[in-house]
Design a protein around this ligand. Structure first.
Ligand code: AQP
Length: 376
């Protein structure tokens, strides 16, 4: 291992859980090689997360993920990226992808990520992600990928027509995190299954190569809005690629668009209940109450104490007003940042250089463990 690798992964790291073959689930069947200790098998307080530039960031992305990334900049070594490699697992128009990538970066900064306090970059600018993903394609088992619900949801009925990238998406996600030896991953509730798979991959790699190289990952699923649901269907998550724009609040929506979408949001005919138990079996009501709670920093019970008994007409007005007040400054800041794309690109390039200095030595070491000859 190079001195730079030791430097970049050393001081911030805490001790990882011992990873030995005995802890592996029965489905890991690869041969064990003699145990070698790796100097990089330490743990750390590094957090990593990413977001796809597959559309305009939504209120779901914001409440379930981005907003929770902000305070971690002050307590952890925080690494965040716009994951364009993930985005092309479904078709993206090239011009739109480039525009959306910049827009997503601007949104992250407008939401409170500070390129001086965190490492913020574009995934494709750091090649270690793709290099390690290939190794993980050869570590992960087909049976594991077959269980991934996101693939089933996104591929839909015509699975034969889905890209192979969509199928191995979780392997790239494991590489994103593990090429930084990050141990904490702030995500929305929908990503939990992928993180479990990343841990299976890390353990199998360690087991197969007889090392304790990759640490275990812990999801950080925070807040009462870990899963924000569609405004058109309270049983479906709000998603930036949902064909209906009415199903979501985009961070670029203006006051009128927010008010209209909330006014049109699906509800049931009953007034709001007085207590949380009354939300049982009312997914749309629960979702709107949850959104107001998340925006105002209250609990579901707190929101219902104020608004229980009201009809949805009155409640939706309050909700729209709160959303406009909260999201308006973010939208304004995004617009300001997008007026100077050169400055934005320069900040992202600097972020990529910092990310590369951490990721490349770890990826180099993974390749050495696998048996690849070094380039130099
Ligand atoms: N509805 C949601 N509620 C809470 N959190 C959510 N996240 C996404 N939707 C919700 C969280 O946002 C982060 C970034 O997500 P992503 O862009 O990497 O992919 P995704 O989960 O597939 O999000 P989308 O918006 O549904 O994108 P598309 O439409 O492209 O698939 C993640 O931490 C995710 O949990």
């Amino acid at each position: 291992m190079s001195a730079s690798a030791r430097r970049s992964s050393g001081p911030g790291l805490i001790q990882s859980r011992p990873l030995d073959g005995t802890a592996l689930p029965a489905r890991h069947s690869a041969p064990r090689s003699p145990k070698r200790s790796s100097p990089m098998a330490q743990t750390n307080t590094r957090v990593f997360s990413g977001i796809q530039p597959s559309g305009v960031p939504t209120l779901g992305n914001y409440l379930g993920a981005i907003r929770n990334w902000v305070p971690l900049q002050d307590t952890h070594e925080a690494i965040y990226c716009v994951v364009d490699l993930h985005a092309i697992t479904v078709w993206q128009d090239p011009k739109e992808l480039a525009r959306q990538t910049r827009e997503m970066a601007a949104a992250l900064i407008a939401c409170g990520l500070d390129p001086a306090r965190c490492t913020l970059f574009i995934q494709s600018h750091v090649h270690a992600h793709a290099r390690l993903a290939w190794i993980f394609n050869c570590v992960a088992r087909l049976g594991w990928l077959n269980r991934m619900t996101q693939f089933k949801d996104k591929a839909g009925k015509d699975r034969e027509a889905a890209s192979s990238g969509l199928y191995v998406y979780p392997n790239l996600m494991a590489a994103d995190i593990l090429t930084y030896h990050a141990t904490k991953v702030p995500v929305g509730d929908d990503q939990k299954q992928h993180l479990e798979l990343a841990n299976d991959i890390a353990q199998k790699f360690n087991h197969d190569y007889g090392v304790t190289f990759f640490p275990l990952i812990e999801p950080l699923i925070q807040g009462i809005a870990a899963r924000v649901m569609s405004l058109r269907d309270g049983t479906k998550k709000m998603s930036k690629s949902d064909p209906s724009d009415q199903s979501r609040i985009n961070l670029t929506d203006d006051q009128d668009a927010i008010a209209l979408k909330i006014r049109r949001a699906k509800t049931d005919p009953e007034p709001l209940p007085e207590s949380e138990a009354g939300l049982e079996g009312r997914p749309e009501a629960r979702n709107l109450v949850g959104i107001l709670a998340a925006i105002t920093g209250e609990t579901h019970a707190g929101v219902l104490r104020h608004h229980g008994g009201k009809g949805f007409g009155a409640f939706k007005e309050v909700l729209a007003e709160a959303l406009v007040a909260h999201l308006g400054p973010i939208r304004a800041e995004m617009n300001r940042l997008l007026q100077d794309p050169a400055a934005l690109d320069a900040a992202l390039r600097q972020g990529a250089e910092r990310a590369d200095a951490i990721a490349t030595p770890i990826c180099d070491e993974a390749e050495r463990l696998v048996g690849f000859l070094p380039r130099k």
